[in-house]
Design a protein around this ligand. Structure first.
Ligand code: UFG
Length: 322
């Protein structure tokens, strides 16, 4: 099968390309390299282009008869989406719309979409299922929810079947350490903790708020290994190929860890002490986000391989050290 991976130069997309290639798929990456890196595109060819440029997408889809599209391209910094909503809606909604319209024109009918736990906003429940009310609290979450909604209409009109994955906190790196999490600027917790260990410039981790309604006051998240996310995508590909209906799945480990618990895990894994300062809350952060992924386990026969937080951090640390 030939797979078009939009956003394949980014963190999760690059891991996906590696796993696709290892499983015998032919991979083409479409990426504008705005947040991804050329060096990450090692398991397929790169077409540099932007999803806001319809002609560029048409040119890409003209090149090969793709069997399916995986869509990882997005702006994904929640706090930036609050200050620059127009940019987020344009990129995440219009970009997805352009991609789907081009797929309809070219007869590509299988789509796997990277959505987010942010579509749920700040739910009251302790674990979130796909039935939990969708109520995005930020432009980022709303942009992903709008794209999810558009998919329904494209299925009716153009028979594009889709699997939507709502990611909780993607983390870690592929165990060989060739690729990993590398954003510029980096906003995510685990890479920022690891960077704080490098001893340069009195680096300290900033903890954004310790007055949340959680046992230690810091935010609780569900960290899921990037390879486990990609394995779910691989299962979705087979599912759609076998005629499976469009569906939506949470991806998480089902365990929540506070920022202080993540710090303790990093100290265990690295043997180093993490220095930190408590800062004000970051805008748009819900207190607790923990997934129930039973539906994914049952319907797509998925099981996470990296179930322990320490295992996930070990892979991130190996990449960081390289
Ligand atoms: N944090 C810090 N210091 C840092 C970085 C993060 O204290 O240097 C805190 C954040 O405030 C948050 C937690 O660590 O409480 C996790 O933050 P990340 O930036 O690593 O990840 P987010 O929880 O913000 O992002 C995730 C997903 C998004 C999703 C979002 C929903 O990556 O897709 O949750 O809020 F939209």
């Amino acid at each position: 099968m030939r797979i078009l991976v939009c956003g394949g130069a980014g963190y999760i997309g690059a891991h996906m390309c590696k796993i696709l290639a290892e499983n015998g798929f032919a991979v083409t990456v479409f990426d504008n390299l705005s947040t991804g890196f050329k060096k990450n595109v090692r398991w397929g060819k790169l077409i540099c282009g932007d999803l806001l440029d319809q002609a560029a997408i048409d040119t890409c889809l003209n090149q090969e008869p793709f069997d399916a599209v995986m869509h990882f391209s997005a702006l994904a910094i929640v706090s930036d989406s609050i200050t620059q909503p127009g940019k987020y809606y344009e990129n995440n909604v219009t970009g997805t719309l352009n991609l789907l319209s081009a797929m309809a024109r070219h007869g590509v009918d299988k789509f796997i979409f990277s959505s987010t736990a942010a579509v749920y906003g700040s739910p009251e429940t302790t674990t979130i299922t796909e039935e939990t009310t969708v109520n995005p609290a930020t432009p980022y979450g709303a942009s992903k929810w709008m794209a999810e909604r558009i998919l329904k209409d494209f299925e009716i009109a153009h028979k594009i079947r889709s699997v939507i994955f709502r990611y909780f906190n993607a983390a870690g790196a592929e165990p060989a350490g060739q690729i990993g999490e590398d954003h510029d600027p980096e906003t995510h917790l685990i890479p920022n903790i690891l960077q704080s260990l490098n001893g340069k410039d009195n680096n300290k981790l900033n903890i954004f708020g310790n007055d949340y309604p959680t046992p230690d006051g810091t935010c609780i998240r569900d960290y899921i290994h990037v390879n486990d996310i990609c394995q779910a995508h691989l299962s979705a590909l087979t599912y759609l190929q076998n005629g499976g209906q469009s569906d939506c799945f949470n991806i998480g480990n089902g365990n929540g860890f506070s920022i202080l618990e993540v710090i303790a895990a990093v100290e265990r894994v690295t043997g180093k002490k993490v220095e930190y300062e408590i800062k004000a809350r970051r805008e748009g952060d819900p207190a607790i986000l923990v997934a129930n992924s039973d539906k994914l386990k049952q319907r797509l026969n998925w099981q996470p391989e990296f179930t322990e937080l320490d295992q996930i951090i070990e892979t991130a640390w190996r990449y960081y050290c390289r």
